[in-house]
Design a binder for this molecule. Sequence first.
Ligand code: FE2
Length: 268
Amino acid sequence: MSLVDHLHDFVCAVQLTEAEWRAGIKILTEIGRMSDEHRQEFILLSDTLGASMLVDAIQHRVSDGATESTVLGPFYVPGSPLRRYGESIAVKPAGPAVWVYGTVHSLDGAPLAGAEIDVWQNGDDMLYAVQDQDCPPDHLRGRFVTRRDGSYAFTAVRPTPYPIPDDGPVGRMLRATGRHPWRPAHIHMIARASGHRSLTTHIFDADSDHLDSDTVFGVKPSLSRRVETRVPDDPDRPSEIEVQASLRADLVLEPGSQRPIMDWGRTA
Ligand SMILES: [Fe+2]
């Protein structure tokens, strides 16, 4: 009922004309026609209007000290392979390697052993594996389990900024309002631990473009981390590959029950 009240208020406030009303119906029809199991233009509309992020902000408030959440995004695929500590998630070359590491703690500071970190990202072609039919499906994704001291590590590649699909009505809306379709570079993570609320978040590359204008409003300053050049004698350096950069991302989970991960659907 509140939605109807707000709709009526909007129509009155802008004194909507019949031509504007017809244009609105036309674009909603087009968005519906474009939405199917492969592309969800309505979710893209919600994301780019900031509605998805607002729902996330309301539903996933965290206590001070806990890691903040952000949107799941359209490219999550459950069932990533379980990988060893430090293993690379890149099945094929995808850019400069980055040693991503950190610890998972509870809000009271206790390390969480046996927590699961589910990660996925894009590579230097800007694509997630799920966007490329010719790509090995397990490319740039994996699940890792924390060690006794709560530590985890994996070898990622430096993520790159990427545009959301903008060849439909949502792209036209962005252009009409002087906005771009880009998201800043980030690595997606879901952290799950017994007795704790699951955390869906991103780690943003602090040196990426578009951090101040993410087209889906997903950036929170607390989630920004700098990719550091590695010192040669780092004891955690994996022996198999030359890793010249690292990124530390400690995660703090709030006690509570796990919530199911919402599937936002795919937009490409
Ligand atoms: Fe993403």
